[in-house]
Design a protein around this ligand. Structure first.
Ligand code: UDP
Ligand code: MG
Length: 314
């Protein structure tokens, strides 16, 4: 029988864990697969740890990885994939925003299409603030404009992947992982699956503005050097404007069609504008240098404190 793993990153999810586990288990009960859960406790400081240990104690099919601290959603998903030995895996959030009842349909689609990835596309999102919906829509579109890869729009980490994809994913060496982007980058046959994203069944979002910002930064900088190229283009435009202005003022002085020394405002505007352009381009450069620095240090992406119900090497 084929094995299906359910990978669930959890950060302070005490409000939803029990319900989430039971509901997922019920949704998968009729399937002809060996089911196993991989829960990653991403350094929670509520009762997530105890709850997960309890679930694992009562169900040998539940594997748990406790991180030594909070390493972030993407690191947690990465650890889940790295520790998975199943034939197929579904990545799903603990908060049930992505309904586990869809998994049987995803599996059926995967079989029918002989696909390696089934990625779930949000037709609409319920119970989320306008700000989140707007920034998220904007994010996927800007990312596509910036990046050299064409990513499917409005797609989260909720997806089904097979062994082949997991095997390739395990080979990625980069520390800043934008998981959904990397999976899409891998290639093979990838098929969309449309669904409605629901509201959280409990608790609050664990993605603070700071985390969202960092996430967007990783996605953008790791998948594109267009910001650098944009900086160069900006430089060219600035030089062009500068030359035109210089000609205009010099010729104006000679032929008397303008009086260059009257313009305090124009000088200030130019100084501030070019100051801004310079800071911006140096900033973009700094971002990439920062990434190089982080990657060069080659620290581990996550540190594991403890594992439960893992039998052999994985
Ligand atoms: N999560 C995590 N580490 C973090 C932040 C979030 O493992 O630092 C998990 C969280 O427990 C949830 C999933 O990632 O299972 C998605 O987070 P959340 O639902 O808060 O994000 P949203 O759906 O609001 O974008
Ligand atoms: Mg959520």
């Amino acid at each position: 029988m084929k094995k299906l793993a359910i990978i669930v990153p959890c950060y302070n999810e005490e409000a939803v864990l029990q319900q989430s586990y039971l509901r997922t288990k019920a949704a998968l009960a009729g399937l002809d697969y060996l089911i196993e859960f991989i829960y990653i406790n991403d350094g929670s400081f509520d009762r997530t740890r105890e709850l997960l240990d309890e679930i694992a104690a009562g169900d040998a099919q539940v594997k748990v990885i406790h991180f030594s601290r909070n390493f972030g959603h993407q690191a947690a998903v990465t650890a889940g994939i790295n520790h998975c030995d199943a034939d197929l895996a579904v990545i799903i959030d603990a908060d049930m925003q992505d309904p586990p009842e869809l998994i049987p349909d995803m599996l059926a689609l995967q079989q029918a299409e002989s696909a390696h990835v089934i990625y779930c596309v949000r037709k609409s999102r319920a119970g989320e603030r306008r700000f989140k919906r707007l920034t998220s829509k904007l994010f996927y579109r800007v990312l596509n404009f910036m990046s050299d890869v064409n990513f499917p729009l409005d797609t989260g980490d909720f997806r089904l992947i097979d062994r082949k994809v997991m095997h390739e994913f395990d080979r990625f060496k980069e520390r800043g992982k934008y998981v959904r982007g990397l999976i899409s980058w891998v290639g093979f046959k990838q098929v969309p699956f449309y669904y409605t994203r629901e509201a959280r069944i409990g608790g609050r979002t664990k993605y603070s503005f700071r985390k969202m910002w960092k996430f967007a930064g990783t996605a953008m900088l790791y998948f594109s050097n267009k910001p650098l190229r944009l900086a160069t283009s900006l430089g060219f435009i600035a030089v062009f404007v500068g030359v035109i202005l210089a000609l205009w003022f010099t010729l104006g002085k000679i032929y008397g069609f303008n009086h260059a020394n009257s313009g305090w405002t124009s000088i200030m505007t130019t100084v501030i504008f070019f100051g801004g352009v310079q800071l911006l381009t140096v900033g973009v450069l700094g971002q990439y240098v920062g990434i190089l620095f982080d990657e060069l240090k080659a620290r581990p992406e996550y540190i594991i404190d403890e594992k439960r119900n893992f039998r052999d090497s994985k």
